[in-house]
Ligand binder design. Structure first.
Ligand SMILES: C[S@@+](CC[C@H](N)C(=O)[O-])C[C@H]1O[C@@H](n2cnc3c(N)ncnc32)[C@H](O)[C@@H]1O
Length: 179
């Protein structure tokens, strides 16, 4: 059983396994997914909207990531600044519910994913939502998530006929598929 939400990240990254392709992490935040991808051998490009969050992510991963495997870029997930089919892996860890339009962000992730690429997306499940809401309320802030992984799965399925596997971890649900 996972002690915290981050423990579930290992389960997600294990779905993908080790590799050396170029991977995109969308909504990098504290860069936990980006760092996990780099540790599994991927060259990572991280996209984050908020410059201060991006700076912090860069500083924290610099301490542990001497091999320069993560490139941090300020950008908008709804308009990814990359050519079609640029990445062997597109990933996002608990970030879709932060997007203004998660369907547009998914459109972009699918667009920049190679035709034989892999898609790894996680979202908080009910326990995860409660846990994060509790953490925020202790800090005097507020957290809300109006979507879950099944919204993501349903969109990928209807818009792109992408059907993958959903794995239910303790705090997050994990979607993994080949494009
Ligand atoms: C909860 S964090 C995700 C956690 C993160 N993936 C990790 O591995 O630590 C969500 C992040 O998505 C970012 N975000 C929200 N809208 C975005 C957008 N349109 N483009 C890029 N990043 C965005 C937020 O600024 C926030 O840092």
């Amino acid at each position: 059983m996972a002690n915290n939400i981050e423990d579930d990240l290992k389960l997600a990254i294990d779905k993908l396994g080790k590799g050396d392709e170029l991977a995109l992490d969308v909504g990098t935040g504290r860069a936990r997914m980006a760092y996990a991808l780099a540790k599994y051998g991927y060259d990572v490009v991280s996209i984050e909207y908020v410059i201060n969050i991006l700076k912090k992510a860069r500083e924290s991963t610099n301490l542990v990531n001497g091999d320069g495997k993560i490139v941090f870029i300020q950008g908008d997930a709804h308009h990814l600044p990359f050519l079609d089919e640029s990445f062997g892996v597109v990933a996002s860890y608990n970030a879709m519910h932060h997007m203004k339009d998660y369907k547009k962000a998914i459109d972009e992730m699918v667009r920049v994913c190679k035709c034989d690429g892999k898609i790894l997306i996680t979202e908080l499940n009910e326990s995860g939502k409660e846990r994060v809401a509790e953490m925020h309320s202790q800090r005097g802030s507020h957290h809300e998530s109006n979507i879950d992984i099944y919204d993501v799965v349903s969109y990928l399925n209807t818009a792109y006929n992408i059907k993958g596997e959903v794995y239910n971890a303790e705090y997050i649900d994990i979607f993994y598929s080949k494009k």
